[in-house]
Design a protein around this ligand. Structure first.
Ligand SMILES: Cc1ncc(C[n+]2csc(CCOP(=O)(O)OP(=O)(O)O)c2C)c(N)n1
Ligand SMILES: [Mg+2]
Length: 535
């Protein structure tokens, strides 16, 4: 294969099914554009590199193939750092191609001359400079294979301008995605623990999804009769209305479960750091380095997650009866759901944020994609939005970075042109990326944006008041017309102040065919009931 470095690199990306690149223009990366133009690979250019990089990460999340961002030298790359870190926390195979000042002049003070590699090293699986056109295809191919190998994660390559414009040749050979075979003894020990359990649960996270293990999860849960909770991209791996799917009764795990099988998610703050009272913990991870260091699970099988789950399901032998436990959880789950109805239908003035979800929920198809970007407002989303298919729930993940919303939503629209795409924004969060309404308009990517506009950074303001008795730097403009921002950029929208107007506004948004922002003024005094803030 012959060509300039951009062409050689793109060929390596296409070998892994890459179908688009996300970017913002800079002369250092034009050869990537030239390659895309010639190969008819769409280029989606955003208004901030952070959004381009979040969009690339979300492309990976939605399609389980690599998502690619091309970022120009210096500030283009540094603007992508939070999104790369997010992808690292999410185990997402994000590929970032960076521009770089000329290597022939390195050290002379070229424009944007900055060594990105050490900056990216701690948050990527590969961080390197490609130093010749002849190395490009091979190095890109290897980097993408690394991104796609468990435990997945972002990779970064930068290309000096005198390399990226130059031509050479390359071949795509043996860069294979790694497969890690779990130790059968670990699987047997995990199966034995579950067999002896009376009240087991499974908590399934993002790596179940990344590993394409959703069918194995269902087989294992059904065969062994284990209730399943989910977080992150684990949501929807078992449909929310499956008889073994639970979400509202997480509080019962600690204290009542006797064996907790955590699969494909770290034992982090989201699941009480892996400590569930007296329960024994089985931690199934996709690779040995994902094993926990801060707690010692009873057993931690590492490797192909579907193989582990299928191995457990096939273990046979005597098992204790879990039906009373399942029935107890189901009763509690049903009661908790029934208790939500009042808030979901609340007629309060100002609007209760839960009412927004009451209206959104009943309009969502089973395959709707919901993106979340904000504080308290999207904590309600985590509670009230049910997922029925894998890859339908895009939250920022454990790095907790505000600003994912527009990038995630544009990627969702591109990946699934025929599905509903809704992004739930806090008003604070919306400010990080609302200019991307321009990107959505220019590229014909209609999505529904819903802002829970309480005029404050609620997730900070309320806890600050609780701790200090006052708050500072926690207010935003009350009643700000975020819908006008989208309208000014060529989309549409409206502001809603009455509960009964939310539904009709959402109907107009779904029917609009253009990016549409529903700006719902919500009650700033409603505090999301959470037990800890900084975990
Ligand atoms: C990039 C970034 N900056 C700051 C924070 C800290 N933070 C977490 S939630 C939050 C408040 C979000 O406010 P808003 O989006 O309006 O949602 P609300 O809590 O008001 O519903 C802040 C500032 C963060 N997580 N990420
Ligand atoms: Mg707010």
């Amino acid at each position: 294969m012959e060509g300039h470095t951009g062409e050689l690199s793109l060929a390596a990306l296409q070998a892994f099914g890459v179908e688009e690149i996300w970017t913002l223009n800079g002369g250092h990366i034009w050869p990537f554009y030239d390659a895309c133009v010639k190969a008819e690979v769409p280029i989606i250019d955003t208004r901030h590199e952070q959004s381009a990089t979040f969009a690339a990460e979300a492309t990976a999340k939605l399609t389980r193939r690599p998502g690619v961002a091309a970022l120009t030298a210096g500030p283009g790359v540094t603007n992508g750092v939070s999104a790369v870190t997010t992808a690292s926390f999410n185990g997402a195979p994000l590929v970032v191609l960076g521009g770089r000042a000329a290597q022939a002049r390195w050290g002379s003070g070229s424009l944007q001359e900055f060594d990105h590699v050490p900056l990216m090293a701690p948050i990527t699986k590969v961080s390197r400079t490609v130093t010749s056109p002849d190395a490009a295809a091979k190095e890109v191919h290897e980097a993408v294979a690394a991104a796609m190998s468990p435990h997945r994660g972002p990779v970064f390559l930068d290309f000096p301008i005198d390399v990226v414009f130059a031509s050479g040749s390359g071949t795509l050979d043996d860069a294979a995605i790694e497969h890690i075979e779990p130790d059968p003894d670990d699987v047997a020990r995990a199966a034995a623990l579950v067999a002896g359990a009376e009240r087991p649960v499974i908590i399934a996270g993002s790596d179940v999804y990344w590993e394409h293990a959703e069918d194995a999860l269902r087989r294992c849960a059904e065969e062994l009769r284990i209730p399943v909770f989910a977080n992150g991209l684990g949501r929807g791996c078992l449909p929310a209305d499956h008889e073994l799917a639970f979400s509202r009764t997480r509080g019962m795990v600690k204290g009542e479960a006797d064996v907790v099988v955590v699969v494909g998610t770290p034992l982090d703050f989201r699941i009480s750091f892996g400590r569930f009272g007296d329960a024994q913990v089985v931690h199934i991870v996709d690779s040995p380095e994902q094993r926990a260091g801060h707690v010692q699970p009873a057993v931690s099988p590492a490797g192909d997650i579907a193989t582990v789950l299928d191995g457990m399901a096939a273990s046979g032998g005597e098992r204790r009866d879990h039906e009373p436990w399942i029935a107890k959880l189901r009763d509690a789950e049903s009661a908790a759901r029934a208790a939500e109805d009042a808030d979901l239908a609340a007629d309060a003035d100002p609007i209760h944020p839960a009412r927004v979800y009451g209206e959104v929920r009943r309009r969502l198809d089973r395959d709707a994609i919901v993106c979340c970007d904000g504080g308290d407002f999207v904590s309600f989303a985590g509670k009230y939005i049910d997922s029925y298919q894998p890859g339908c729930w895009l939250d920022p993940g454990p790095f907790g970075c505000l600003g994912t919303g527009s990038g995630y939503a544009m990627a969702a629209r591109r990946a699934h042109p025929d599905r509903q795409v809704v992004v739930m924004f806090g008003d604070g969060a919306a400010g990080f990326s609302l200019m991307e309404a321009d990107t959505l308009v220019r590229h014909g990517l209609p999505v529904v944006m819903v802002v829970g506009n309480n005029g404050i950074w609620a997730l900070e303001k309320h806890p600050m008041r609780a701790i200090y008795g006052y708050d500072v730097a926690a207010d935003l403009q009350a009643g700000c017309r975020y819908d006008d921002v989208v309208r000014a950029l060529g989309g549409a929208g409206e502001t809603v102040t009455a509960p009964s107007e939310i539904g009709p506004a959402l109907d107009r948004a779904f029917a609009a065919g253009v990016p549409y922002l529903v700006n719902v003024l919500t009650d700033p005094d409603v505090v999301y009931p959470r037990s800890s803030n900084l975990g």
